[in-house]
Design a protein around this ligand. Structure first.
Ligand SMILES: [Zn+2]
Length: 241
């Protein structure tokens, strides 16, 4: 008997067997297009994945599977307990994410004469996040890279009143660009303050009263579409860390 609604349920790939037999290689991949699929659970649209090996076999697993399964970790010949292996993985993750964003901003800074990008770079180095205004500037320049970069890899500050107001002062195009990088929670908060870009306001108006399912992924696509920064993902290169 087949159940029609099982598409969103992720189960362990049968080839995995016992997760305890796998160990981390400590190699991570940061997919700037957020389109990698987890080899353990099959969940698509992953940003950071982790290489795990069993003898000659290798797989790339998602952050959720890191938390879910006791994959082994070996440091200096010693086998780490699962919680220590996870801590090691989390530390590497934070560093890699920052490094990726930093490199992208520097790459753009090298090919543009816009002093605003230089400022965005300095700002990012100081805060590891972008203010709405700097994010808008940077995202507008992203097409210079001639390759798809998902704006969601950047963290945009929207928690303080100052940053919320800054977002509100952006023109509609800039707001649409920045909106594509925000989490559903950030979007809801800014929308409640009346700051949603006009295109999104129309969509929200249509959906009003309906339950929103954040996990479907299609909602994410809706929100990131107006930016026009997400062409179809190209090759899924495994970039070395
Ligand atoms: Zn997974």
């Amino acid at each position: 008997m087949t159940m029609p609604m099982t598409r969103m349920r992720y189960t362990l790939n049968q080839k995995v067997g016992d997760p305890k037999e796998w160990v981390y290689s400590w190699t991570l991949q940061d997919d700037q297009t957020i389109s990698t699929q987890c080899d353990f659970c099959g969940q698509p649209e992953q940003r950071v994945t982790y290489e795990v090996t069993r003898g000659e076999e290798r797989m790339w697993i998602c952050q959720r599977c890191v938390g879910r399964y006791p994959v082994g970790g070996i440091v200096n010949g010693n086998r780490l307990p699962p919680h220590a292996a996870r801590a090691q993985v989390h530390g590497l993750t934070a560093r890699l994410k920052q490094q990726t964003c930093h490199e992208i901003i520097r790459e753009i800074q090298r090919i543009t004469t816009d002093p605003g990008i230089e400022e965005a770079l300095v700002y990012f180095e100081r805060n590891l996040q972008l203010s709405p205004q700097r994010a808008a500037l940077l995202f507008a320049a992203l097409p210079l890279l001639c390759r798809p970069v998902d704006t969601r890899i950047f963290e945009v500050q929207t928690r303080s009143t100052h940053h919320q107001e800054e977002f509100g002062t952006l023109d509609d195009n800039a707001r649409t660009l920045v909106w594509s990088a925000l989490s559903p929670l950030q979007c809801r908060r800014l929308a409640s303050l009346g700051h949603a870009p006009s295109g999104v306001r129309r969509v929200l108006g249509r959906k009003h009263g309906q339950d929103t399912h954040q996990l479907t992924g299609s909602r994410m696509t809706d929100l990131s579409e107006p930016a026009g920064l997400h062409p179809a993902p190209i090759s899924k290169e495994r970039s070395a860390p």
